[in-house]
Design a protein around this ligand. Structure first.
Ligand code: CTP
Ligand code: MG
Length: 225
């Protein structure tokens, strides 16, 4: 009998075959350049993301790089597309059909932990179509129209700011990406085909590097640790 303990990710004897797509093909418009190749401690930002993905994925990792990039990465790499969804789609083509759970992780998030991967993988292993890390929002969030007029104020306790890694049952994930749908995260595409995606506790340190200030914060954190 296999004993499945909660929050331990893939049980040791599970048959799940986990692949992770690390998306690193963005141009970093808000940062002012491809931030994923900036140095952070002894490695580049992308290396932090790939390293944790490799520790957490029992089958493999594919990294999606800008088309024509000469940046080296450990393991399998493919060229991305003009949008994040196009880059995920390119990465998915390199994931073997034997994968049973597919995770997607932003190269721009250097501080996600193996435990966070394990938490989203465990939720899919337990039956969800997908699982994403989310944290409570501190600010009140407004929905506005094109003119900037507020049209709704969702109850703050029902809102979560979501992160990567996001994990999905592989067949549903492939179905979600079979069209040319676009989204700012992967869960949105799985939600759109009716998949049940759950939120697990995210990590405050799992901040996405978006601006130069975010990289300064990350470098200070590495120096301090
Ligand atoms: N990404 C990608 N391919 C794209 C766009 C984004 O692989 N065409 C990746 C980025 O490299 C990043 C992650 O998706 O690791 C999250 O995207 P984001 O933080 O928006 O990065 P950029 O798109 O590069 O930044 P910006 O939106 O400021 O241009
Ligand atoms: Mg972007």
């Amino acid at each position: 009998m296999v004993t499945v303990l909660p929050s331990l990710g893939v049980p040791k004897r599970s048959l799940e075959r986990v692949w992770t797509i690390v998306v690193a093909a963005g141009s970093g418009q808000r940062f002012g350049g491809p931030k994923q190749f900036e140095g952070l401690g002894d490695r580049r930002v992308v290396d932090w993301a790939v390293d944790v993905a490799r520790l957490a994925s029992n089958d493999g990792v594919v990294t999606v790089l800008p088309a024509g990039s000469a940046e080296p990465v450990v393991g399998l790499a493919v060229a991305g597309g003009p949008t994040r969804s196009a880059s995920v789609r390119a990465g998915l083509e390199a994931v073997p059909s034997s994968a049973s759970i597919i995770c997607v992780h932003d190269a721009a998030r250097p501080f996600a932990t193996v435990a966070l991967f394990e938490a989203v993988i465990a939720a899919v292993n337990a039956g969800a179509a997908g699982a994403v890390p989310g944290i409570e929002v501190a600010d009140t969030i407004k929905v506005i129209d094109d003119l900037g007029t507020i049209v709704a104020t969702p109850a703050r306790e029902k809102l979560r700011a979501v992160q990567t890694p996001q994990a999905f049952r592989a067949d549903l994930f492939r179905l979600a990406y079979a069209s040319d749908a676009e989204g700012t995260d992967d869960a949105a595409l799985v939600e759109a085909i009716g998949g049940r995606v759950v939120v697990v506790a995210g990590e405050a340190a799992n901040r996405k590097i978006t601006t130069p200030e975010d990289l300064e914060w990350a470098r200070a954190k590495v120096v301090a640790s």
